[in-house]
Write a protein that binds this ligand. Structure first.
Ligand code: NAD
Length: 438
């Protein structure tokens, strides 16, 4: 199959590279000329483990190219994927579809007859039909089909998720589109990964419903964690006991500082908006959005309490600012709420993050960047573990405590324990949903 991929962000680039690894001929297009120039030099503009090697391999094999010229990229393609951003529209929570529709119009002008226009971006129910209308209006003579193919990969594990998905979801309304999509995903069919082929609206809804469900699961355990703190239970034990129930499962059941990232916040807002537009407010999703904001604020209170009610004049070392480990993505990370609150409270904030600095420097003004946790801890009054990168999971706590002016630890990912912190010399320790000291 010959494929064009519009958008070389976290989803478009991973999808394009993986499709080329399936053996398809792929051209990736982006309107960001600098990104394309870097990709043409073999540089990967994002941090995603393993992506550089896979890109190099398939580019060298001649199956993978990059260009800013959409018209040239569409020459002879069987399918063109739209993988552009769908952030929250300013003001109303709706998904901003301007990039999707702009891409659809551009495609309409240059696509060959018989093409399948596939939306990989996360889009509200009804968008694929709108894409079809936009394309038909821009080029009434074009013979084309549309398909919905939402993506479920996780940043940090994106290649494995793409190559070994729990399922692939395909929404189509014609036999021809179904055949092209089946040919594209044949390597996965052959290895028996489930492919859910359905209508356009159901495919679009599956993506939002899945993300809202996962966000709900995280928020549920965060709320239980708050209750555990009041009631004297340990949320880690509670999660374990709950997660062993096969109907519940252990994933997305870790209490922490609230969900962030490029998907859950915007997708829950968009789904809530879709519900309102259909006259059916989604009460659970709306509560999840509200509670998650409260969780992040509660973390600031927790940190402040650990310091006796104020962080003014204190030196605070923050470990991890990306929204999760193994990515450089800072979009809607809890750090973007928590770090400015600490700076605003008068703290001198130092930050260490293995990949967060490139994005984070502009987003977190007024902080000092350190090479690692040990450098950040030097002379600090408080250590905040915010994103559980592997290198922060096995810290020499005694060494860290020894470097600090006042050894206090706010462990917002429940990596350590009050006993371990105390034994290492920390005078005060707090975690999420479990007992602290000090
Ligand atoms: P991103 O912001 O990282 O990348 C989008 C890219 O599209 C940018 O490089 C931008 O320059 C390019 N672009 C925008 N308009 C264009 C146009 N008209 N022509 C060419 N290029 C254009 O976004 P992302 O994180 O990859 O997300 C893309 C979509 O996938 C979103 O709808 C998102 O919700 C969805 N999604 C993301 C993830 C994730 O983990 N990031 C997972 C599943 C689904």
């Amino acid at each position: 199959m010959k494929i064009a991929m519009i958008g070389t962000g976290y989803v478009g680039l991973v999808s394009g590279v993986c499709f080329s690894d399936f053996g398809h001929e792929v051209v990736c297009v982006d309107r960001d000329a600098e990104k394309i120039a870097r990709l043409e030099r073999g540089e990967v503009p994002i941090y995603e483990p393993g992506l550089d090697r896979l890109l190099e391999k398939n580019a060298a094999a001649g199956r993978l190219r990059f260009t800013g010229d959409l018209a040239a990229a569409l020459d002879g393609v069987d399918a063109v994927f739209i993988a552009v951003g769908t952030p929250t529209r300013r003001g109303d929570g709706h998904a901003d579809l301007s990039h999707v529709m702009a891409a659809a119009e551009e495609i309409a002008r240059a696509a060959p007859d018989g093409v399948v226009i596939v939306t990989k971006s996360t889009v509200p129910v009804g968008t694929n039909r709108k894409v079809r209308e936009v394309v038909a209006a821009a080029n009434p003579a074009l013979d084309f089909d549309v398909a919905s193919n939402p993506e479920f990969l996780r940043e940090g594990a994106a290649i494995d998720d793409f190559m070994r998905p729990d399922r692939v979801v395909v929404g189509v309304e014609s036999e021809r589109a179904a055949e092209v999509m089946a040919a594209i995903y044949r390597p996965l069919y052959l290895r028996d990964f489930p492919v859910v082929t359905t209508d356009l609206e159901s495919a679009e809804m599956i993506k939002y419903a899945a993300n809202a469900f996962l966000a709900t699961k995280i928020t549920f355990i965060n709320e239980i964690a708050a209750l555990c703190e009041r009631a004297g239970a340990d949320v880690k034990e509670v999660s374990k006991g709950m997660g062993l129930d096969k109907r519940i499962g252990p994933t997305f059941l870790h209490a922490g500082p609230g969900f962030g990232g490029s998907c859950f916040p915007k997708d829950t807002r968009a789904l809530a908006r879709i519900g309102q537009e259909h006259g059916l407010p989604l009460q659970i999703t709306e509560a999840v959005i509200k509670i998650n904001d409260e969780v992040k604020r509660r973390m600031v209170e927790k940190i402040t309490e650990l310091c006796g009610g104020s962080v003014n004049g204190l030196t605070v070392a923050v470990l991890g600012v990306t929204f999760k480990p193994e990515t450089d993505d800072m979009r809607e990370a809890p750090s973007l709420t928590i770090v400015p609150a600490l700076v605003g409270g008068g703290a001198r904030v130092r930050v260490a993050d293995p990949q967060g600095r490139r994005e984070g420097e502009a987003l977190l003004p007024g902080v000092a960047w350190c090479d690692d946790a040990y450098a950040a801890a030097e002379g600090a009054d408080l250590l905040v573990l915010l994103t559980e990168w592997n290198e922060f999971r096995a810290l020499d706590l005694a060494d860290i405590a020894g470097r600090m002016a006042t050894p206090r630890l706010a462990d917002l990912r429940n990596v350590y324990s009050a006993e371990a912190a105390q034994a290492a010399g920390f005078a005060a320790y707090t975690a999420v949903g479990r007992e602290g000291v000090g």
